[in-house]
Write a new protein. Structure first.
Length: 357
């Protein structure tokens, strides 16, 4: 798979009319090379591929990055880049402008001498948009772990326990099942805090007759999952049931309607139009979904500004919501992969309103 990814990147280098690319993003480095160490840089030309790292990884790197020549860089790694680039006849060197601060650029420019630095954006991220079967297999594992975690935590949540205790229990469970970590800071938001779209777990004590919103995921073997379910602890009021059913209707419609060839804006409108129809359009202030993979937020975006066209192999979340300040909020989220004819669910947790009495 590394060879295929290298070939795709080299096609982009040719189109950009540059001689090589310097990869400094840790996520992109892992995607292209397979190397999981904490420090390393890739230099890739039309003919050569080098992984520069330090002494700590000189055993690990050749094992993981078998299609790369591993080089132990000097005290100033950019000088080793210059030496290799000059050796390869590189005159125009692309770099990942979205991952480089200006001070680094200035240092590199001084160290590289006559080699021209060319800023590029999204060269590798565009390749990462389309998940291959190996990636999808891992993503399915991460999604299955999220589903399993949801079922587990339903037996743990009860009135009198803090949101933070619930989040910790979820994260420990995922770690115990092989996750490197959670995909992001776990959201456990109860009562009026459930109206916070990104209400990261607090010390608030879960009470009775209120929503508890759980938004979480597992980072497993380098890939993320992202699942949201909202439950009621105690007895739901008519308002609880009303907004839950509206969000569920919107989410189910989006899952049924999202297909290739549709823009992110069109996908977003499926859910948004239903929520707006019931008079809660102004209470749904975020996008319907986003891409995910090695990072929890990737392209494409399912939002009012989403112009990217959905294509087979893209993985996205579908997560409409309604948030009522002072009362509470609902979000229901699943992960899907775009297929030739529509989409396929990657998560499978039940969505009927769960009432924990």
């Amino acid at each position: 798979m590394t060879q295929k990814r290298l070939a795709g990147l080299r096609e982009k280098l040719a189109a950009l009319q540059v001689d090589a690319i310097l990869v400094t993003s840790a996520v992109n480095r892992r995607y292209i090379s397979g190397f999981t160490g904490s420090s390393g840089y890739l230099l890739i030309t039309a003919a050569d591929s080098w992984l520069l790292t330090d002494f700590r990884y000189m055993t690990q790197a050749p094992q993981q990055a078998s299609h790369f020549t591993v080089v132990e860089h000097g005290p100033k790694w950019i000088e080793t880049v210059r030496e290799l680039a000059e050796q390869a006849g590189v005159r125009k060197l692309a770099f990942e402008q979205d991952h480089v601060v200006f001070s680094s650029y200035s240092d590199w420019k001084g160290a590289l001498g006559s080699i021209e630095l060319v800023p590029v954006s999204g060269a590798i991220e565009q390749l990462r948009l389309y998940k291959d079967e190996e990636e999808l297999a891992v993503i399915r594992e991460a999604c299955a772990l999220a589903d399993e975690t949801f079922q587990y935590i339903l037996g743990f949540i009860k009135p009198g326990i803090s949101e933070r205790a619930v989040a910790l229990e979820m994260e420990m469970y995922m770690r115990g099942k092989g996750a490197t970590s959670s995909s992001f800071d776990t959201i456990v938001a109860s009562g009026e805090r459930s109206a916070l779209p990104h209400g990261v777990a607090s010390e608030r004590i879960i009470g009775n007759n209120e929503f508890v919103k759980l938004d979480f995921g597992a980072l497993l073997k380098g890939y993320c999952s992202d699942l949201t379910r909202t439950i009621v602890v105690g007895k739901p009021t008519d308002k609880h049931r009303e907004i839950y059913e509206i969000v569920l209707e919107a989410q189910m419609a989006a899952l049924a309607g999202i297909k290739p060839g549709m823009t992110g804006r069109e996908a977003d409108a499926i859910a948004r139009d239903i929520i707006t129809k019931y008079g809660y359009g102004d209470k749904f202030g975020h996008g319907t979904g986003h891409g995910f993979g090695m990072e929890i937020h990737e392209a494409p975006r399912l939002s009012v500004g989403g112009t990217s066209v959905l294509e087979p192999g893209m993985t996205v979340t579908v997560e409409p919501g309604i948030y009522l300040p002072g009362f509470g909020g609902v979000r229901i989220e699943d992960d899907i992969v775009i297929t030739e004819n529509g989409n396929s669910l990657l998560t499978s947790s039940p969505k009927a309103l769960f009432i924990l009495e």
